[in-house]
Structure formats: C-alpha cells, structure tokens
Design a binder for this molecule. Structure first.
Ligand code: FAD
Length: 346
C-alpha cells in the first residue's frame, strides 16, 4: 500500500496496466476446502498488500456458496463464486472455461493455485487458454512492486539451484504452490467481504466429458502432509526388514506416520506414495525423524517446513546434520530401540 502502486501504474503500458488484483483458486472437494487454498490466501494477502490491491478467492462448485464466509476470515476481500451443477466434480473442461471467462471479465494480475492434482491440471489449462506464463511448484513468492512482477521461486536443475521466474510481458501471472510450503494466516472471525456471483452458461449436454462414478481409493490413507510426527527411513536401514522394524517400530510406539527417502522407495522397501522430497511430498510436521537418510538436497526441500528435525546417522559429515535441530551420530539399530521405550512412556 502507499505510493508504489501509483508509480507502477505509470510504468505498465497498454493492456497490461488494466490487470489488477491477486486471485487464489479455492479448491474444494465435496464441499470441503482443500487446506492449500487457505495457505495461499495467507500468501496472497501479503502479495496483495505489497501491490495495494484486493485479494479474491475464486470458488467453483455446486452448492458451495456457504464456504465464502471462511474465505473472508482467511484474508479474501472478495469471492468470485460460480455455483452450478456442472461444476459439482472437477473437470478440466468445465473449470477451465468458467475460470477463463472470469479472468477475461475481471482481469486479475496474479493467480495462485495449489500444486495438487487438480490445481496443476487447471493452472496448465487456464494458462494455455490465456496464452500466459505459469511457474509450477513454487516454494517462495514475492513481489517487485515497481514493475508489478510476481517473483516466483522454485527449485531447478534437480534442486541444485533456486530459480526465480518472472512473467514480464503477459498477464495474468500464474503460479502453483506446493501444499504446506506457505503458512496459513490466522483466521479473523467475523471478517467480511464482497460476494460476486458469476452466471454459468454451460450445459451438461454440450460438454465432452461426463463423470460416471467416483471410486474412492481403499486402504490406508497416507496423507503425510497432515501428519504431526513423521518417522522417515533411508538407505541406511539396510533392507526391507530393517526399514519395517525401525521405522514402523518407532512410528507405532509414538503414534507417528512413516515416510521414506527415494533410495528406500527405489529399493522396494515401501511404496512411492510415502516418498518425501522433491519428487515426493512436501511435509511440515512438528517432528521429523530422518533415520539413515544422508540429507540430499532433493530430500531436504521436502522437509524444510518441519518444526523439529531429528537425525540419526553413522556418518558425522552427513549433510542432514547441517539441517537438523537435533543430531545423533550413531547406528539406527542401536539408537532407535533405545529411544522407543522411553518415548512410549511420554
Ligand atoms: P543415501 O544417500 O545412500 O544415505 C544413506 C545414509 O544412511 C548415509 O548418510 C549413511 O551414512 C547412513 N547410514 C548407513 N548405515 C546407517 C546406520 N546403520 N545407522 C544410521 N545411519 C546409517 N530423494 C528423496 O529422498 N526424495 C525425493 O523426492 C528425491 N527426488 C529426486 C529428484 C531428482 C531429480 C534426483 C536427481 C534425485 C532425487 N532424490 C530424491 C534422490 C536423492 O538425490 C538421494 O539419492 C536420496 O535422497 C538418498 O537417499 P538416502 O539418504 O536414503 O540414501
């Protein structure tokens, strides 16, 4: 806020100068807001304040109007609502068409979406349709207020560098952000905003895809992103039996979820959905145990949001010791069994 936006407005020319405001796509599943959308409202609020513009949530679905109150409480000044039976389930075609029309009508300068399966799909489709730039999987967002540029930073070249990407000559500027990377803002109960309702003019019979049935995945829900404590194991656990004994043993004793490095996944000791890191999930638990994990950069980018990292490794020079809160130089097969009994009693 202040003088910067006025100065900036003079720098942008032509069509670009007409774009104003920060938008967050509010992903919902069966009427439940997906947490990353609230995290992005927190991040979007900061960007909007730096630019001196409004923050809006874009809510698409069927009978989802009731969700808008929560969005104001989490920082939105405005909610664009498209509420229609054709939007009940996510479909690229329907969501993209409605989203693009909203953009063409209201001209936001920045659009953020969660890097979820849905967000990644929709962001790509919307960016393509609008012929604009999209930076995927960002971990840091900032603003160059003078040029009104979104500075979208993400790991590149296998996580060896952090690249900041800008979209200079097109609007809107789009980014997807991994869940759990941004902190959710504290809700302000009773905070209110403006609801803008959008009339959807799509007909089910004109659409190319139809949802026939929703089949929910059976079995254990891994959901590492929501876990408060994670016990993760790496190649240092030796084999599948060692991994099971140490990781699951400690996790069961303290009520934690199990995670793994890519080396453990590639060795076939555990399924890929448990993998933490650049090509796995990003986590932000209160406590993260890294057992027999060296601390490669591709693993570290997935765990940096953890409050406390406890590492056990035989090699005192392992990179994980530079990142952890508490480090134990030792053999997991001696250290972990010695920890389990006292931890059980806590
Ligand atoms: P290692 O690096 O082999 O480390 C094993 C550690 O165990 C060593 O530090 C050793 O000292 C210690 N150790 C051995 N025995 C014991 C013992 N008895 N007690 C205690 N410690 C012991 N990796 C990921 O994890 N997640 C990703 O998402 C990911 N994505 C990648 C994407 C790309 C593009 C690339 C190129 C790589 C990616 N990797 C990823 C792989 C990553 O570079 C590392 O190879 C991997 O993280 C190593 O796993 P690790 O730490 O289990 O194994």
């Amino acid at each position: 806020k202040g003088e910067a936006p006025v100065e900036v407005a003079a720098e942008l020319t032509g069509d670009l100068a007409r774009y104003r405001g920060v938008w967050v796509f509010i992903e919902q599943r069966e009427g439940e807001i997906v947490p990353v959308s609230l995290e992005l409202l927190g991040a979007g609020r900061q960007l909007a304040d730096k630019l001196g513009v409004e923050l809006a949530g874009v809510l698409l679905g069927d009978k989802v109007c009731g969700l808008s109150d929560r969005l104001y409480e989490y920082g939105a000044d405005k909610v664009y609502l498209a509420d229609h039976p054709v939007l009940r389930y996510y479909r690229t075609e329907t969501y993209m068409k409605v989203f693009v029309k909203l953009v063409q009508q209201y001209l936001p300068e920045i659009i953020l979406m969660g890097a979820t399966t849905t967000g990644r799909d929709l962001a790509g489709a919307v960016a393509t349709e609008l012929s604009t730039g999209l930076t995927a999987d960002c971990t840091v967002l900032d603003i160059d207020p003078k040029q009104r540029l979104l500075l979208a930073t993400r790991p590149a070249f296998g996580g060896n560098i952090m690249a900041t990407i800008v979209c200079k000559n097109h609007r809107p500027q789009m980014a997807t952000v991994r869940p759990k990377v941004m902190k959710m803002a504290k809700p302000v109960p009773g905070r209110r905003g403006q609801l803008v309702t959008w009339q959807v003019d799509l007909k089910e019979e004109d659409l190319l895809t139809r949802v026939v049935e929703i089949v929910k995945e059976r079995g254990e829900q891994v959901n590492l992103q929501e876990a408060e404590i994670i016990v993760a194991g790496g190649r240092g656990l030796g084999d599948r039996e060692g991994f099971r004994k140490i990781c699951f043993g400690l996790a069961e004793a303290i009520g934690a979820r199990v995670g793994a490095s890519r080396a453990a996944v590639e060795a076939g000791w555990i399924e890929q959905k448990y993998q933490v890191g650049q090509t796995g999930v990003t986590v932000a638990p209160k406590i993260y145990f890294a057992l027999g994990i060296s601390g490669a950069i591709q693993h570290l980018v997935g765990i940096r949001g953890s409050d406390i990292i406890i590492a056990v490794n035989t090699d005192p020079d392992a990179p994980i010791f530079k990142e952890c809160t508490y480090g134990i130089v030792g053999d997991v097969f001696q250290v972990v069994p010695a920890l389990i009994e006292p931890l059980k009693e806590l």
